[in-house]
Design a protein around this ligand. Structure first.
Ligand code: SAM
Length: 287
């Protein structure tokens, strides 16, 4: 359903010139903010990653504006032209989804605008990393967003080892075809750390799964993942292994594993006694 906003409103005030960084929905189009719609309605044009993707959003909003393809690897001359045009034009920067610059183009453009004294402002809104973090329920007082893990096995392992000492929840973007490999690498490098997989956020098949690597691998081997994924790793274990946390880990592991396997997995992760955990897992099953 299209939003009831058109660019033919009689009281349309032009925006002052400059760069407007505009966040757009990560799935559910209802998540567009009122300010985002207002800026897209009043700007002179939109710099975007893919004119087809942004064209669909504009159509949904009932808007029609010039769309200019932009990525940070665009020719320097193209960027210079775009920046210069903002001396007397208001340009909205959007990415295909979510917040521009967060694993998306815009970093160079923002810095070039600053260097040229062009005003830059932000219209905040959806961001998959933040949506995944909030839905995961993992500790969020400290978190580190680390973009995409490298796709090559050794580089991925090295990246995880580099990040392992950081006392914070780690947040990554991941793709469905690479999820199992990423989970296996986390299981090897950080076996004791709790993981959350946030998939298809804000969409029809939104899913959140939490647990240790073996349980999640077992689940996603049976249910091959599709769509878009935020992968999160909880902070180092000593900061969250209270009795309640251990019970929660056991509950999660029992979702996909037998009591003996669940107990072994949680014992490995927490250093707790495997037999005691097995006895508790059997009780939980009975409960
Ligand atoms: N700038 C965007 C943002 O603020 O969310 C992220 C762009 S990045 C190129 C795309 C990645 O974001 C996807 O590969 C996926 O990891 C994550 N992502 C985007 N939309 C998502 C969604 N609806 N659910 C889960 N992850 C999503």
């Amino acid at each position: 359903m299209a939003v009831d906003v058109t660019d033919e409103a009689p009281d349309l005030q032009p925006l002052s010139p400059g760069l407007y960084i505009v966040a757009t929905p990560i799935g559910n189009l209802g998540d567009i903010t009122l300010r985002a719609v207002d800026v897209l309605r009043r700007c002179d044009g939109v710099a975007c990653e893919d004119t087809r993707v942004t064209g669909k959003l504009m159509k949904h909003l009932g808007l029609s504006k010039p769309l200019w393809r932009y990525d940070d690897h665009s020719e320097h001359r193209d960027r210079e032209r775009l920046v210069n045009s903002m001396r007397d034009r208001a340009v909205a920067l959007v990415s295909d989804a979510g917040t521009p610059l967060v694993s998306d183009p815009g970093y160079r453009l923002v810095n070039d605008c600053r260097a040229e004294g062009i005003p830059v402002t932000v219209i905040p809104g959806p961001c998959a990393a933040i949506a995944g973090l909030t839905l995961s329920g993992l500790p969020n007082d400290r978190f580190l967003f680390a973009g995409f893990l490298p796709s090559k096995e050794k580089a991925r392992r090295d990246a995880l080892t580099d990040l392992s000492g950081i006392d914070a929840t780690l947040v990554f973007y991941e793709t469905a075809p690479r999820l199992l490999k990423a989970l296996a690498a986390i299981g090897d490098a950080l076996p004791e750390r709790e993981i959350a997989v946030a998939r298809e956020l804000t969409k029809l098949h939104e899913e959140l799964r939490r647990g240790l690597a073996p349980g999640l691998i077992a689940w996603f081997e049976k249910h091959p993942p599709k769509g878009e994924i935020v992968l999160l790793i909880g902070p180092p274990v000593e900061t969250h292994s209270s009795v309640a946390d251990i019970e929660a880990l056991l509950w999660e592991a029992l979702d996909t594993l037998k009591p003996s396997q669940a107990a072994a997995q949680v014992a490995k992760a927490t250093g707790e006694d495997r037999k005691a955990l097995y006895a508790r897992a059997l009780e939980m099953r009975r409960e």
